[in-house]
Design a protein around this ligand. Structure first.
Ligand code: PLP
Length: 390
């Protein structure tokens, strides 16, 4: 540009990108010829399974998929999503009014505040958290009120402690279980309390279930919608990205309160034109086979988790095995507090990338997150390097 155009206040308000130092250090290490082992990104290392690819190639050849998708999305995809919810959570939803296809769940999460938040309204956001809860709020002109997730509380937010003055202006609460970055699961009692509280205070529950199928115990993670009365006060975000190794495809869906689904759709209709219909058809096949497929991937992640957790324990990390998600989230060893500095040194001196907890929010300081999207041989190699390093 021939001149400097001042960025908008909303862009300037975004929190600083805390991973930038790690990104730079990663590039420098690679340039030095270091074989970097990357536990940083939460992106499955395995390709999308063949049955989904076949469904896509078939769908792509149908000319009717080549046009603008309908704004409510592909009817058969909405039906399949509703069936999936019924099968998995026992909750009956109307596919025509209570399901909305999304260009990945991140898109819906970031757009939701635009549908409900006026300047000065508050969105309750967990700390640490997945960053779009914050950026979506700021883009809508809303204020963020952080709710710290503490290990001693099972990484659950104490929403009952939000001050009354804040509560009056609050319109949305974000919750995310199975949780990124902590790996925690929410018990039924938590959701029961949440639904009563949200109804009383007229706050929409925005529940992010991107990891609903990534778990290692017998107990399946719950949907808030399973709680009686929840459907009136809750919108849920589902994603095929993590479950079916489809991060690059950009497909997910919202489910829940008709009024919330509708408002989100009105925002979307003015911003995007939906998900490529062929991808929605492939996603139908993904949903149909997702339970069987998740069983396999979860077994793989569990092996990796056990290997890494055992190794980290031996190195002095006070780590407990995560019951869900593909993240190992632990305090640093020896009471070390500065997670950015620790991760920077770890990378520079061993070639291992992990994410500093503070990158997800202030309450994540002192923690580190390892993504289990790395083959076992590399996990072993990383543990050897860290042992030498110590
Ligand atoms: C990965 C992730 C998502 C979103 O993924 P999409 O690819 O946009 O569906 C949502 N929430 C959390 C917590 C995630 O980690």
């Amino acid at each position: 540009m021939a001149f400097i155009l001042e960025e908008s206040e909303r862009l300037k308000k975004l929190p600083p990108y805390l991973f930038i130092e790690i990104d730079r250090a990663k590039r420098r290490a690679r340039e030095r010829g270091v074989k970097v082992i990357d536990f940083g990104v939460g992106d499955p290392d395995k390709p999308t399974p063949g049955f989904i690819l076949s469904a896509l190639t078939k769908a792509v050849r149908k000319p009717e998929t080549h046009h603008y998708p309908l704004d409510r999305g592909h009817g058969p995809f909405r039906k399949t999503a509703a069936l999936w919810i019924k099968k998995r959570f026992g909750v009956a939803l109307n596919p025509d009014t209570e399901i909305q296809p999304l260009i990945g769940s991140k898109e819906g999460i970031a757009h939701l505040p635009l549908a409900f938040i006026n300047p000065g309204d508050v969105v309750l956001v967990p700390d640490p958290c997945y960053p779009p809860y914050k950026s979506g709020t700021l883009f809508a002109g809303g204020q963020i009120h952080l709710m710290p997730l503490r290990e001693e509380n099972g990484f659950l937010p104490e929403f009952e402690k939000v001050p009354a003055g804040v509560l009056k202006r609050a319109k949305i609460i974000f919750v995310n279980y199975p949780n990124n970055p902590t790996g925690a699961i929410a018990p039924r009692r938590f959701y029961e309390r949440l639904v009563v509280w949200a109804t009383e205070h007229k706050i929409l529950i925005a529940s992010d279930l991107a990891y609903s199928e990534v778990y290692f115990g017998k107990e399946k993670p719950l949907s808030v919608l399973e709680i009686p009365g929840a459907k009136d006060v809750c919108i849920e975000f589902h994603s095929l990205s993590k479950t079916c190794n489809m991060t690059g495809w950009r497909v997910g869906f919202a489910a829940g309160a008709e009024a919330a689904v509708n408002a989100l759709l009105r925002v979307k209709s003015n911003v995007d034109s939906g998900v490529f219909t062929a991808i929605q058809e492939a996603a139908m096949e993904a949903l149909r086979q997702s339970f069987a497929f998740s069983k396999k991937t979860n077994a793989l992640y569990k092996k990796r988790r056990d290997l890494l957790v055992t190794g980290l324990k031996g190195l002095g990390f006070p780590v407990t095995p995560n019951p869900s998600t593909f993240y190992v989230f632990t305090r640093l060893p020896g009471g070390e507090k500065d997670s950015t500095l620790y991760c920077k040194k770890l990378l520079e001196e061993t070639g291992i990338v992990a994410t500093p907890g503070v990158g997800f929010g202030k309450a994540g300081e002192g923690y580190i997150r390892f993504a289990l999207t790395v083959p076992q041989a590399q996990i072993k190699e990383a543990l050897v390097r860290m042992k030498k390093w110590r």
